[in-house]
Design a protein around this ligand. Structure first.
Ligand code: SAH
Length: 480
């Protein structure tokens, strides 16, 4: 097929980005917004030898899984990819995506996966789940200041203050900001010229506490924000308002937040809880965006770890210590490792405000910190036959990893294999790298015991997975 050709095709599969896949005489078409089960007319926009990307022109016969999107901007907006697919079908797609990767990349056979895969954990109400949103500001074609979301793969702003994934209060906050900008002539930032003041509004909402944070990212300082007190006055009328701040960002960059923040009103953070643990969240801290599902994700990780209170646990890629503190409640001691120093500051503070004393945190790369400790406290001590020195830290009963999309570094996997923890709990946001890493671990003494996908991001193609690996022959320590 060639560019601008049109064709009618039945959608028989879903691509990794949620696009429908159809075949025309053996030629594969990827069609955004087409749902599996649809028959559609599509126009080829980009043609390669064996496959092409096509635009959905007409739905000839809708799929039984096709639903009316909740948001009128669902197709244009870059935030959601599969809002037109029934939620049930979304969950089946995500489960299949994890399974497919474990089979193809991990080399696990179907029979084993039938045994170890547990049903995906979805949401009862898959909308309004996000506790954080970052809205860009700009001008529309008529020169009006607008805020909303970027259209898919562009920086064109779709004016929409009412995202279906966010909380209802977002809209009120954004309208107050827009009104303030209009009244006092405060300009939105223009990416092309680098001029203008307001770049983004970060809004965070504590689902358990009802506390609200607003942080304006400005191309300047607090002094440039004329009549800022008028803005804070209005925002304070909203129930739950706890923290209003600005974050200066004068760089010509796609990075949203500045490197610092300054409080305009209230305190610099909000508090929220997950599974009974309190977290203080400042504008620059990382915090999971779907707290209801995060609790399910961490509870699954905790269940898989099967802690009795006697275990030494390492939590690698620990961020602000969310999983670490969850585990600490049931373990003897927990060690968290994270590359971002500010996240470790947060982790230590979170341990402190929860009165958790059996958690210790280290800044550094997981693939450097763990091998170093193992060499210093385990390997050498064992070689010197110095049992006293082979202390807690070199030993691990359970190792939990929750790496970014690229998965675990090989040096880390090698060390895990050497340390031989009885269990490895792998939390993953990318099932392809997960499958690659599981293959390595299962080729080196581990067995895949349990797998469960958790839907942290309904309406998008992303899916989290928790896996339990168990050592085939755990070292039985003989104390004589
Ligand atoms: N477990 C945390 C965070 C998971 S996100 C939670 O659930 O909240 C992955 C984390 O890994 C991020 O915080 C990132 O900063 C960190 N990270 C990335 N590369 C790393 C590395 N090589 N070593 C340690 N941490 C790393």
């Amino acid at each position: 097929m060639q560019k601008n050709d049109t064709a009618v095709t039945a959608i028989t599969d879903i691509g990794v980005n949620g696009e429908g896949i159809g075949k025309v005489d053996g030629y594969t078409l990827f069609i955004k917004d087409a749902v599996i089960g649809d028959t559609v007319e599509a126009k080829v926009m980009k043609a390669k030898k064996n496959y092409g990307y096509a635009r959905l022109m007409k739905i000839i016969e809708p799929s039984p899984d096709r639903v009316e999107p909740v948001c009128p901007f669902a197709r244009k907006c870059g935030g959601c990819q599969i809002q037109e697919m029934s939620y049930e079908r979304q969950l089946a797609f995500k489960e299949q995506k994890v399974r497919g990767n474990l089979e193809r990349i991990g080399g696990f056979d179907g029979e084993l996966l039938d045994q170890v895969m547990e049903p995906i954990l979805g949401m009862e109400n898959p909308f309004g789940y996000r506790n954080k949103a970052q809205f860009p500001f700009g001008k529309d074609r008529n020169g009006n200041t607008v805020t909303g979301f970027y259209a898919g793969r562009t920086h064109d702003i779709i004016a929409n203050t009412d995202c279906a994934l966010g909380v209802p209060v977002n809209r009120k906050i954004l309208e107050i900001i827009l009104e303030y900008m209009e009244q006092y002539g405060v300009s939105p930032y223009d990416e092309k010229s680098g001029k203008g003041l307001i770049r983004h509004a970060l809004i965070r909402y504590g689902f358990q506490t009802g506390e609200i944070m607003v942080c304006l990212v400005v191309n300047g300082t607090a002094k440039d924000l004329s009549h800022a007190e008028k803005l804070t006055e209005k925002l304070c009328t909203l129930e739950g308002m706890t923290s209003i701040s600005i974050s200066p960002n004068t760089e010509r960059t796609n990075v949203i937040m500045g490197k610092t923040y300054e409080v305009l009103w209230g305190q610099g953070y909000i508090t929220d809880t997950i599974g009974g643990i309190r977290y203080q969240i400042s504008p620059l801290s990382f915090y999971q965006v779907n707290p209801a599902q995060t609790e399910k994700l961490y509870s699954t990780a905790l269940e898989y770890a099967e802690l009795t209170g006697k275990e030494t646990v390492w939590d690698l890629y620990c961020g602000i210590g969310t999983i670490t503190l969850f585990l600490a409640q049931k373990a003897k001691s927990v060690y968290g490792v994270e590359i971002v120093p500010q996240a470790i500051d947060d982790a230590r503070r979170n341990a402190h405000i929860n009165g958790i004393e059996n958690a210790e945190f280290f800044v550094g790369k997981a693939e450097e910190v763990l091998p170093k400790y193992y060499a210093a406290h385990g390997e050498n001590a064992a070689a010197a036959d110095d049992a006293d020195n082979a202390d807690d830290m070199a030993h691990a009963d359970v190792i939990v990893v929750d790496p970014p999309r690229k998965g675990c570094d090989e040096a880390l996997l090698d060390t895990i294999v050497k340390m031989k923890p009885e269990k490895v709990v792998y939390v993953s946001c990318d099932s392809a790298t997960l499958a690659r890493d599981l293959k390595m671990l299962c080729g080196n003494g581990y067995e895949l015991k349990r797998v469960r996908a958790v839907d942290q991001f309904p309406m998008t193609v992303h899916v989290e997975t928790v896996c339990l690996l168990s050592h085939k022959s755990p070292d039985s320590v003989i104390n004589c």
